[in-house]
Write a protein that binds this ligand. Structure first.
Ligand code: KIV
Ligand code: NA
Length: 265
């Protein structure tokens, strides 16, 4: 078996096929998703909140993303692996972006990188693509800008909608192979999807995008506390794991684990 490529992704849009994407932050979880047939995995900087215990994605470093991305690549053989460029690793300009992306490609082995920003990031996208690194863009709500924009729906109102369309066209023109639309009105996401020839990947962007992405710890119910409205929870791993761990603790305290069958002589 070979890995899915960006050419396969382009072909899917031509055939009108939708596809799922999940985040992954470690080899074992990624291997489960790979065996389940998830074609594209994102080593998201959401690892900051969902895996590393930070409050936001802002503190995540390129070293951390490289380590996590390498683990996901090792745990998979079929999926296309996209590594997120963290805050501060591409904002200085195209040359910094190329240096950072090259690390993820060479050291971690990802097949593509993702970065945030539409018009504001088009020079970075262009140089990476010209250098042979496929780029997934990310517009709408861009969590690395939380200190400036908060976590609010983007593209509401005519002016904001026009800006989102300009951002979408800018990343396509710069050569991105796909674009994430995060937390934008469903009607606007549908329009962007119709206008672009590259696939749109929605998260909180309604049903009309070409692909859908969710943060795996949200969709499998491992995240503690409230999850956003756009998440569908397919399992409650937090409850499953909590119940199992309590049973283990009770067994140890009560002397019912280990038993003879768990012992060697
Ligand atoms: O880091 C992440 O998980 C992401 C997705 C939500 C698109 O950027
Ligand atoms: Na991200």
């Amino acid at each position: 078996t070979r890995r899915i490529t960006v050419r396969d992704i382009a072909a899917a849009k031509e055939r009108g096929e939708k596809w799922p994407m999940l985040t992954a932050y470690d080899a074992m979880t990624a291997s489960v998703f790979d065996e389940a047939g998830i074609p594209v995995m994102l080593v998201g900087d959401s690892a900051g909140n969902c895996h590393l215990g930070y409050e936001t994605t802002v503190p995540v470093t390129l070293d951390e993303m490289t380590m996590l991305s390498a683990a996901v690549v090792r745990g998979t053989s079929r999926a296309l692996i996209v590594g997120d460029l963290p805050f501060g690793s591409y904002q200085e300009g195209p040359v910094q972006a190329l240096r950072s992306a090259t690390r993820l490609v060479k050291e971690a082995g990802v097949q593509a990188v993702k970065l945030e920003g539409g018009e504001r990031s088009h020079e970075q996208i262009r140089l990476l693509v010209e250098s042979g690194i496929p780029v997934m863009a990310h517009i709408g709500l861009t969590p690395q800008s939380v200190n400036a924009m908060g976590y609010r729906v983007q593209g509401r109102g005519e002016e904001a909608a026009q800006q989102l369309l300009r951002d979408a066209k800018a990343v396509q023109d710069a050569g991105a192979f796909a674009v994430v639309l995060e937390l934008v009105p469903a009607e606007l996401a549908a329009e962007v999807t119709r206008v672009l020839h590259i696939p749109t990947v929605g998260i909180g962007a309604g049903p009309e995008t070409d692909a859908q992405v969710l943060v795996w710890t949200d969709m499998l119910g491992l995240t503690g506390g409230r999850v956003p409205k756009f998440v569908k929870q397919y399992a409650n791993l937090r409850e499953v794991m909590g119940t199992a761990v309590k049973a283990f603790a009770e067994d140890v305290v009560g002397g019912t684990f280990p038993l003879e069958e768990h012992s060697v002589h």
